[in-house]
Write a new protein. Structure first.
Length: 80
């Protein structure tokens, strides 16, 4: 698993958060429990399996809603 943080354009309402959260959770390969949309910092954080989905696929699911992704950061998830 990898951890990802996507920086988005400013999010203006709780409905934006809900839309993005639902879109990310719907992508096969994203750990649904890990999805967290932070409205104050305009970030979407989640864990995903790079063998099942690319970060570009997840980014595309969000941009398809009309939200701009301005930066993507990924790293290996530390073992728990």
């Amino acid at each position: 698993m990898k951890e990802a943080t996507l920086n988005t354009e400013p999010l203006t309402s709780p409905s934006c958060v809900e839309e993005i959260e639902n879109a990310a959770k719907a992508v096969n390969g994203v750990d649904q429990e890990s999805v967290n949309v932070l409205i104050d910092s305009n970030k979407v954080k989640f864990d995903y399996d790079p063998e099942k989905v690319s970060i570009k696929d997840i980014e595309n699911a969000i941009t398809a809603l009309g939200y701009l992704v301005v930066n993507v950061d990924t790293k290996e998830k530390e073992s728990e």
